[in-house]
Each structure stands twice: as C-alpha cells, then as structure tokens.
Design a protein around this ligand. Structure first.
Ligand code: HDE
Length: 734
C-alpha cells in the first residue's frame, strides 16, 4: 500500500501581518565600489588613520571600539591550515558528460549530455605548509566538488593512482614521518630527510607509490598538465540496483608533462607560486584547463581475476587490462574571487556522495570517510561549515539539524524533529525512486578481526611494472631522485634498508642508487622489518619478498607516451637587445601565438627597445626579473647590434645554456647563430654552418632560411616538450 505524501502545512507566521523583515533589507556587500568604509555594524568610519587618544601624544583609549573591532578581527584572521594538502590553488568550472551513463549509474549528473554541472576544483601539494613552494617533490591533490542537483559530490583524488599505505591506521604515522621533523621543524615541504625514509624503509607496501613519487610525476609542469585519479575502487549503481566496480581518472587534454628536478629547485626560488600563477593566468587568458573524466568499469564477477585485490589502494588496474573510457569533460573557466572564502574554506569529503555511486571496503577509503568531516569541524570551527557559500549545495537542504556556531539559516516553526505531525511530517524521507540515497546492500558474513587480507601482500610486482614501463630518461630521473633523497638521509642504516627494498623492485635500480650513495645492497634486513608487523603476526607473511610475478610493461604509465601534438599555453622566451631583427621576430611571435603559445620578450633592461627597422617593442622581463626555468622554449632573433650586446650579458648566455641543459626547444636565426658560439651549444653551430634550417635535438638553427621553415620546426620541437637525448650531454653546467 502506498502512503500519500504529507502536504506542506501552511506557515502560520506567513498569515501574521509582517513587520520589518531585516534579512530582506540587508544589502549585498560583495562589491565595495562607491561605498563608505564602515565597522562590522555598518557604522561609517570617519578616520581610519588614527586611534582614539587622550591628546595627540597621549595613550590610546580603551573606549576606541573602532580600533578594538579592527584589531580583534585581525588577530583571529587565521584558521588552522589543512594538516595535509595545506598548499593549494583552485578554480571554478563545469562538467558535462559525453553520453548517458545510465547503463552503469543512476547519478543524475552522468545522464544528460546537455547538462552542465558546476564544479570547484582544488589542486594541492601534500607535505608543505600553506606558504611552501609549489614545486616540492610531492603527490598533488586533485579534488573536485560537483554541485549536482542531487547534492554535492566530491571526488577527492590525487595525481598518482596509488597510495603509500593500505590501511588508514597508518596515515598519522606516514604524515608525521614526512612533515618537518618535530625537534627543529626542518625540512619544509620535502621528503628528503631521515624520518620519512626511516618509515618508508620499514613499509614494503609503500614501494609502488615510492616509484611514482620519485618519478617526474611528482614535479608536474602545471596543474593543467597532470592526470588525476580517484585512487580507491568505488562502485557505480544503476537504477536496477546493479553494482559494478569503478576507478576514476582525469586526463588532461594538454598531455601529462613534468619539469626536471634541477628546474624544480630553481623554480622554487624564482617563483614559488609557479603552479598557482600558471593556473590563474591560464584562466585569465581564456586558456581554460580541460580534463576528460575517465572510468575503468569492472563487473562484480571479475572482482578476483586480477591477481591483486581491487580493495588495495597500493594497486592500479593497468589501462591495457581495462581501458579507460572517457565519459565527459571538465572545464575550468573562472578564477575564485577570494582565496580565503573559496579556496581555503572549501571542504572536500569522500563521503559527499550521490545516488548511483557508492564506496567499497578499501580500508584506506573507510578511514577517510571518518577523517574529512572531523577535520572540517576543527578547521572551519563548526558543524555549520556546509553553510559557507563555497560549500553550499545547489540542491535544497532540509533537515532537523539546528543551532551551533555561526548558524546562517533562520529555520522557521517549532518543529525540529522527525517523525512529527505538527509540521505535517516534513521534511520527509525520499524513496530510492525519488532520489533517496540507499547504501549498496553488500553481503557481509565475517569475523571481527584487526587484520589485513593476504591478498594485499604483493608489495613489489606493480612497483616493478611501473619501473619497467618507464623510458630510459624517466628511469634515469627515478635513480637520480632516489640518490638525491637518500643522499640527504644521515643515518646509514636507513639508506641500506632502502636500497635493499629497491632491490626487490629491480636489481639494476638498486645497484645504481647504491652506487650513487657509495654503498652496496645488503643481503638481508628482516630483523628491522619485524617492527612493522602486528605483535602476534607471522613474520614470514610480511617479509619484503618479490612474489615473482613479472607483469611486463604498461605503456600508459610512461609520460613519454603522452599527448605531444600542441604548444597551446607553452611559454616562449625571446631574448633581445636594441637593434634586434624586427621582421623575423614579428613573424615568429605571431605564428607561435596563433598556435596558442605565450611569447615574452626578455632584455638586459626593462622599458622599450628598438628593432633594426626602428620599430619599438615593450619588454616583459629583464634578465634580473626572470629565468629560463620559467619558460618552455627560447627564441633568439638576429640583428647584429642586438647579438653584440647579448654576447656581453652573462645572464643571456646562461639563459640559453640552462634551457639547453633542461632539454627545451631552442631556435636561433640570423646573427643569433653567432651568439651560440659563446654558449655550450657551440658544436651545434659548427654542424649548422650550411644553409637552410638545421634541426638537432630540438635546437633549430638558421642563418638565412625563411621564417616559415624555422617556425614549423620550432613548433614541432616545443610540442615534444623535452629532448631527453641531450641529457647525455653532461658537459653543460647550469
Ligand atoms: Fe586525504 N585528507 N587522507 N587523501 N586528501 C585531507 O582533509 C586523509 C588520502 C586528499 O583540496 C584532509 O580537508 C586520511 C588519499 C586531497 O581541500 C584530511 C587518509 C587521497 C585532500 C585527510 C587520506 C587523499 C586531502 C586534510 C588515509 C587520494 C585535499 C584537510 C586514510 C585519493 C582536499 C582536509 C582539498 C585532505 C585525511 C589519504 C586526497 C586530514 C585519514 C588516499 C586531495 O581529512
């Protein structure tokens, strides 16, 4: 028998003659244009320069309520930063599905290709404090809030598809280990120190993640050029109640690109806001970042066919095994108006979910479902954090929760409980058909244990898979990263344990790292590792042994195979001085801009410079205010006078050498070819003594060719991102 829906009773208050409704009289204060300065009570301020004193040279009076209000507010301006992911930048945008996913999920925002769902996305680093550098070697957070008509849905993911640990119980230990050491708060935003590697060397389960964070994935070129992952296995549920497993991906349309470690540490000094600025400027320029939403869908019957556990967050499903279906697009097209109000106060939570999506028993996810709500209470100070504008759902909110700090909603009526008759039973529960969330009815028949499934114990096969899948250059970078990080570790036993662990991943990797550290790979370290098993656990099960599976390679794991067909939003530095060759500069600049690149002129001084045809150009940076590491490519046009000047500017020569060292595309035309003689690229010039365009490892040289030919080769070279073969040229200092 179906029960008739209760009707909303008439609001008694509505029938009473209304007096003054203050909330309706309150003015919008978001725009101060043409407005008077006031106190927080709306009182107009007459003097914002001086406090109230007993005489011009006398003491300040306690009576000065204006001063006290201002200072009190200032004293309380900071809220606790996020314990992890404190440093971040965010943007607004929208998401649109390509075609209905109704077959797999009833989530409304995944049904209608014409519907745009608003989103707010926050990118972050994990280890550093709010003011730390963007270029730390670290995992990047990739948190997406979908404001759907069924409620807010958050995909709180990372740019790496796996995690360090398998059980949330270990999260505080992991974070304490990576954060600055507690006695001296050193180092900031860096994993290269003893406590991190002490912990990791005792955690075989971290080894897959370690391969990723030691790879260039941990130093992205841009938030716009990195992948995102939901990490855990989730569930899709359709309207028939059928469940399937699903892994979430974000694929950047500009491809996945990184910088080199030497660049990362220099960018950290030159522009610690590099990623934040890059995101902001791209959106201001109308170059809206775009990501495709990808899903790997697995039938429930296939749960155990993979040789690893789908509930284990240290494992990924290779794309070659289960392809990623791209089902929609995310576009970020608006910068926040206010960093604190939006980026700082946004509250993500994996438990913000909508009908059609559900959790699995991944023990890391299960722990997260507790942590995020708890952390919002501490950070935002009240269970009313959902009323902060950036966190407000667009779906209507009605319940019987009341009061608490800073309550914004003015609930009407006397009923704040359910069931009730006095409010006609409102607000009432929704059936599934009406969008009521009902958890997936998973059958569980189990013994209560504090334990981990044996299906989680293969800690090395996928670490090896990742290493095997990398190009030679990427493998070199992993070796160098490990040499750097472990080189900063002071305790010899930690270094030894780590190279022992690496030997379980790949012998050559371990030997190369050990060689850089001046040690050899030890034969065994089991005794230390016994610490990381439960007191009554069986040591044999937990020992770091290779399981012996060879998973081959997964080409999708290598950035060498990413999209390289565009130079959109790439930054090209043009080095000039008075008398530069104006015609080719104008043509090359226009062509690069037509292809979507940003072109900036750099000269020995700021102001205007004059080309060899008398034309004036405005200079964007002097050599003092920028550096090659902030650019993707360099072009030096000719012009005898310009080149003669640049030859005497060491910073100009360093700019070229450094860009060369970092494997970036370089183009030189006309007399600029002579400038190369003064750099470490001299041998390239000697090869290029002939006519026409010479292209050598991403260096495009031409004394006399038409700009069109140079442009075509230069664009091709920039789109390649980097020319790794040059890394073997170790004669270039930089
Ligand atoms: Fe988080 N994580 N996390 N995390 N996480 C937080 O929530 C936590 C984990 C991730 O831009 C905190 O609001 C636990 C995995 C992102 O605001 C906190 C565990 C993944 C962000 C928290 C994990 C993430 C956070 C800190 C282990 C990738 C930033 C402040 C069980 C799938 C969101 C806050 C933003 C933030 C807890 C592990 C992603 C403390 C307990 C795995 C992107 O609640």
């Amino acid at each position: 028998m179906s029960i008739a829906k209760p009707k909303k009773p008439k609001n008694k208050h509505a029938q009473q003659p209304s007096t003054v409704k203050v909330d309706q009289l309150v003015k919008d204060t978001t725009d101060a244009t043409g407005a008077y300065l006031t106190t927080n009570q709306g009182l107009r301020i007459n003097d914002n320069q001086n406090s109230l004193k007993a005489g011009e040279r006398g003491p300040t009076l306690l009576e000065d309520f204006i001063f006290r209000e201002k200072i009190t507010h200032f004293d309380h301006e900071r809220i606790p930063e996020r314990i992890v992911h404190a440093r971040g930048a965010a943007a607004h945008g929208y998401f649109q599905v390509y075609h209905s996913m109704a077959q797999y999920t009833k989530a409304k925002f995944l049904q209608d290709p014409t519907q745009k769902t608003p989103v707010f996305v926050r990118f972050s680093t994990v280890a550093g404090s709010r003011g730390s550098t963007d270029l730390a070697r670290d995992v990047r957070g990739f948190a997406v809030k979908f404001y759907t008509e069924e409620g807010n849905y958050d995909v709180v993911g990372n740019n790496i598809p796996v995690f360090f640990i398998q059980d949330a119980m270990k999260f505080p230990d992991l974070v304490h280990a990576v954060k600055p050491e507690p006695h001296n708060e050193i180092p900031q935003a860096a994993s290269a120190h003893d406590t991190f590697w002490d912990f990791i060397s005792l955690m075989p389960e971290a080894m897959h993640m370690i391969m990723w964070v030691m790879s260039d994935r941990a130093i992205p070129r841009s938030y716009r050029m990195m992948e995102g992952f939901g990490v855990h296995t989730f569930r899709f549920i359709n309207d028939k109640g059928q469940a399937r497993f699903v892994k979430f991906h974000w694929k950047p349309l500009l491809g996945t690109h990184s910088v080199l470690w030497d660049e990362a540490i220099k960018i950290s000094g030159n522009d610690p806001d590099f990623h934040r600025r890059d995101l902001w400027e791209a959106i201001e320029n109308g170059d809206y970042p775009e990501f495709e939403f990808g899903v790997q869908i697995i039938e429930e019957k296939d749960e155990h066919k993979f040789g690893f556990d789908l509930l284990d967050p240290t494992k990924l499903i290779p794309e070659e095994m289960v392809p990623v279906q791209r089902i929609g697009k995310l576009i970020l097209n608006r910068n926040p108006d206010n960093f604190f109000a939006e980026t700082e106060q946004v509250a993500f939570h994996p438990g913000h979910i909508v009908p059609g999506i559900d959790f699995t028993n991944d023990p890391l996810l299960q722990g997260r479902l507790f942590s995020y709500l708890d952390t919002q209470l501490k950070r935002l100070g009240s269970p009313n954090f959902h009323e902060i504008p950036i966190n407000r759902p667009i779906a209507p909110v009605h319940n019987n929760q009341r009061d608490a700090h800073m309550r914004q909603t003015i609930n009407k009526g006397r009923v704040a409980y359910e069931p009730n008759t006095l409010a006609g039973g409102c607000p009432f529960q929704a059936t599934r058909g009406e969008g009521g969330f009902a958890s997936h009815a998973e059958r569980i028949d189990a013994t209560k244990v504090r334990a981990r499934s044996e299906s989680f114990f293969d800690h090395f096969s996928q670490a090896t898979l990742f290493f095997n899948s990398q190009s030679a250059a990427e493998q070199d970078h992993i070796v160098n990263a490990l040499r750097f990080e472990l080189g900063k570790v002071e305790t010899p036993a930690i270094r030894e344990r780590m190279v022992y662990m690496l030997a379980q991943v790949d012998k050559s990797l371990a030997n190369r790292v050990a060689e850089g550290l001046g040690i050899s790979v030890p034969a065994g370290i089991e005794r230390d590792l016994n610490q990381s098993i439960p007191a009554d656990g069986d040591p044999k099960k937990f020992q770091p042994k290779r399981v012996g599976k060879n998973l081959g390679a997964s080409p999708a794991l290598s950035m060498a195979n990413t999209t390289m067909n565009s130079i959109k939003t790439r930054k090209v530095a043009v080095l000039v001085a008075d008398g530069f060759d104006a015609a080719p500069l104008a043509t090359v600049k226009q062509a690069l801009m037509n292809a979507g690149a940003q072109v900036k002129l750099i000269a020995p001084r700021l102001g205007q410079l004059q080309g060899n045809n008398g034309e004036q150009v405005k200079i964007d940076f002097s050599f003092l205010t920028c550096s090659s590491v902030l650019f993707d490519a360099v072009y030096v046009p000719g012009g005898e006078a310009s080149i003669e000047t640049l030859q005497g500017v060491p910073k100009a020569l360093h700019f070229i050498n450094e860009a060369f060292k970092h494997c970036k595309a370089i183009a030189v035309t006309g007399a600029a070819v002579d400038l190369l003689q003064a750099t470490y690229l001299a041998d390239k010039v000697n090869h290029a003594s002939g006519k026409g365009v010479i292209v050598d490892e991403g260096v495009v040289i031409s004394r006399d060719a038409a700009p069109a030919k140079v442009i075509a080769e230069f664009i091709k070279a920039i789109a390649q991102h980097r020319h790794w073969s040059r890394e073997r040229d170790d004669h270039v200092p930089a």
